[in-house]
Every structure is written in C-alpha cells, then in structure tokens.
Design a protein around this ligand. Sequence first.
Ligand SMILES: *[C@@H]1O[C@H](CO)[C@@H](O)[C@H](O)[C@H]1NC(C)=O
Ligand SMILES: *[C@@H]1O[C@H](CO)[C@@H](O)[C@H](O)[C@H]1NC(C)=O
Ligand SMILES: *[C@@H]1O[C@H](CO)[C@@H](O)[C@H](O)[C@H]1NC(C)=O
Length: 512
Amino acid sequence: MRAVPPQILYLVPLLLLVFISSSCARTSPSLVSPFHHSKSLRKTGHQLIKELNLHPHLDINIVKSYTNSSYLDHEVKVTQSGIVEKQLSLQVLGDSGATVHDLAQHAGYYKIEHTVDARMFYFFFESRSAKTDPVVIWLTGGPGCSSELALFYENGPFKVTNNLSLIWNDYGWDKVSNLIYVDQPTGTGFSYSSSDEDIRHDETGVSNDLYFFLQAFFKAHPDYVNNDFFITGESYAGHYIPAFAARVNQGNKNKEGIHINLKGFGIGNGLTDPAIQYKAYTDFALANDLISQSDYSQINQQIPDCESAIKACGTTGTTSCEMALYTCQQIFEDILDIAGNINYYDIRKQCQGSLCYDFSNMEDFLTQSSVKTALGVPSDIDFVSCSDTVHQAMLDDWMRDLEVGIPALLEQGIEMLIYAGEYDLICNWVGNSRWVNAMAWSGQKNFVAATNVSFVVGGKEAGVLKNYGPLTFLKVHDAGHMVPMDQPIAALQMLQLWTTGKLTKKDTIILP
Ligand SMILES: *[C@@H]1O[C@H](CO)[C@@H](O)[C@H](O)[C@H]1NC(C)=O
Ligand SMILES: *[C@@H]1O[C@H](CO)[C@@H](O)[C@H](O)[C@H]1NC(C)=O
Ligand SMILES: *[C@@H]1O[C@H](CO)[C@@H](O)[C@H](O)[C@H]1NC(C)=O
C-alpha cells in the first residue's frame, strides 16, 4: 500500500466533524452503481457494502500467495496474447432472438502487461444481430465497482432472476453491438493480483491497463479489429472514459500496436468536470424541490471554498485533490441532510424496502462455484462487487478535471455522447449539460446555439437531444442514474442510432 500522506492525519478532525454534523438523520440507500458519496470516506468497507445490499467475502482481490493449485493452473494457461478465455456454457431461459449461429460468448482473463501480476477479468458477447456490428466496451464506475452490475441489471445479454436463473434481456446492448465488460481497476469484481503495487491510484494507471487489454483482446480476436469501436460507461467512468479514449488515440498516433478503430465514447450520468458539476448540486436540488430557497442560499456559501479547492487540485494534484473532495462533498451532504431519505441515484425514490436497489441476486449468482467454473474463475477468487480498498485508492483522482483532454478528440472527429437520466442527483443532468456547453472547442458556439430536438422512441418523446458535429447531449426522461436499467428500450435505441451515426435524425425509429 501507499504510505499515508501526512495531510490525511490532519484531515481526520474534519472528517469527525462531518460525521457528527450529518448525524443519522438518514439511512443510506441500498444502491447501485457506483460513486458512493463521502460517507465512504469515513465508513468501513463492511458498512458501505451492506448498504449496497452487496456482501463480498473479500474487500479486494489482492491474493497474497500462489499456494493454491488453481492459480498455478491459470498461470500455465496464459497464451501469447496474455489472454485465457472460455466459451460460456450457462443455461439461459427464454429466447435470445439471435440471428447469428453459434454465438460467441466468452469470459476470460488478461494478464496485464507492465504490471507485477494483475489479471483483468472480462466478458465478451458477440452481437446477436451481426458480427460486423460495432465493438462496444462498457465500464461501470465506483470507483471500484464491477461492470457485472451493468451486465446483469442494465444492458447485458441476460438478467438474473430471483431463483438465480439467467434470462435473456430483450434490450441487451449485444443486440446491436459486440459487447465487452471489464472488471477494473485491479482488485474489482473477479480481477485480481498478488501484488499491492497493481492497485491503481489515477487515470494514467487505469487507462494504460485498459489500453493493453484492448491490444490483447484484438490480437486474440482479429476478426473484430476493423469494426467501429466505441467506449461507454457510467458514473465514475466519466473519469475513466476520457482518459481511456485519449490513451487509445495516443496509441494509434504513435503506432504502438494494433490500430484501434475508435469512433466515439459515451458517458451516462458521469463525473467529468467537478468544478462545474459540484456547483450544480444546489441548482438541481432547488429546481426539484429537495431544498428551500433559504437552504439554497445557505449551502451556496460553501461554493467559493469548494471552487478554490478544486482549482488547487487541477488535473494532476494529489493531496490537494483529497482536500477538495472533503470540502466540496459537504455541499452534497448538506442537501441530503435536508432532503431526507431519498435515493440520490433517483430522487423519485426513497431508500427503503422494495424501492431500494438490491443487487444481491448478482452476487449470489456469481459466488456459486458452478458459475465460477463456467467463467474460468479460479476457485479461490471471490467476487468483489464493490471494493472499498480500490475506491479509497482512487480518492486523489476524484476531483481532477477530465474534461481537458476531450477537445483534442472532438477536433479529430471522434464522437462524444453525454447522456443523463433526469432524476439522478449525484451526477445530475444540469451539471453535465453545463460542462458540455462550457467546453471550449472549435464547435462550441454552434453546439451552444443548436436547438433541442425530441428523442423519439416508440412514437413518444423519451428525451431531449442537442447535437453539433461530433458532440451530442441527451437528457433522458423518466430515468435515474442507471439509464439502461430504467429505460432499456430508449437506451438501446440511443446506442444503436449513435453508433451508426443516426442519433441526430430524430425521426429514425428502429426499435422496438
Ligand atoms: C484451494 O482450492 C480448492 C479448490 O480447488 C479449495 O477447496 C481450497 O479451499 C483452496 N484452498 C485455499 C487455501 O484457499
Ligand atoms: C426460476 O424463475 C423463472 C422465472 O423468473 C422460471 O421461469 C423458472 O422456471 C424458475 N426456475 C426454477 C428452477 O424454479
Ligand atoms: C434544451 O434542453 C435542455 C435540457 O436538455 C434545457 O436545459 C435547455 O433549456 C433547452 N434549451 C432550450 C433553448 O429550450
């Protein structure tokens, strides 16, 4: 582990104050994806994970020794590309609707190049429509939450039922794309290492690991190299994705390896530009009646301090960024203290009983030894749905501005889609809309001036869309933080239109 910086010690009293002042007025949601607010800073991993209705046996998959033969087995099987992969043989109920014969559905491990020993776990699902469809990679946020959350609850080929069977998802993104899910950073989900040195602390580490994975993936699957390639994800992936897209672009320019046909990147309810997004919390909360006008004025008094703290963090700060997180997170905490027991991923919902998110079926499914065997997971590796250790290790990264690398990508015609479910508080649409409009690039004026158009799905407005050139912003109706879970048809149509360059033609209705 990294040495604890001295500043942490002096932060402790501040944390205690935060803890006392926020009291126990609310209990936390049994949530979902990713992006736990600062309570995770002061909580044990155990408490955190309980609130997510997730109960991993381990906090992080750092496996201290290779005494067990199943690891050794794994070691032996690593192929030249660094990938060990197997075809899935899971029983799935219902009808896939696939028009493709012998659908390739793989789970595998990649031994990450330039790491001590990190093994990245991934799923690959061939498109149910055509192998020539785009290749899409999905990243769940956290930081430290497994992408299986999205696979089984949002946009994967199948869902887990209450009796732990799998059933085909009619709106899985594999209906229109060749779909990859990865567990990262190292230690998350089924990914593991034997060394603490492989724990990631920033987007450089994260994006290198992902880039090397892609190289190995396309080496092992040359049939897909020429397909269009898109990066997608949610929440804290608003940090991962711009960094990963820039890394792929850099690799292409420097001819580092296989050319990756990067066409675009899409972020759903992400955290990308904290300076703008933290300031938007009170505006969103006031507009949605979560706080009163006088609460608004009072909480806003913290904004100048938050702004200067974020400025000090910049794009590369370290402990200054952690300081900024503690300072700014209080804005969010204060809103929640007033708003009561709301689900901050979907303000229409309260966080109790059946309205709360409950992802325990996924965990129960993935801890079965028969399932682990089918996935090629060593028997000694436990599924870590959300790793508090991975989360904590990324805290310096949280307040950094990831918007800065985006204009260069847009200028090269690489597409960016920012979409946001309108009822999410934590990465709300207001903050996302603002940073997208504020971003300086050659098309900024035209983007800002562009008119809103209706995003029509099944004859009904499912969202409001704005586009200019490679940049598209979409606010999605009747959805919270996890758009593909709340609006699966709209999300699938969005993906299909966007990856085929048709999202801006509002009347192109292809689904359902
Ligand atoms: C090693 O793996 C076997 C199954 O292959 C398992 O039963 C055993 O508990 C493991 N031992 C340790 C020390 O984890
Ligand atoms: C599990 O539930 C599904 C419906 O959700 C049902 O079709 C299936 O028969 C059930 N399987 C068992 C073994 O009970
Ligand atoms: C366009 O839609 C956004 C929400 O996506 C809204 O904030 C903005 O006011 C709209 N602009 C106009 C000109 O109506």
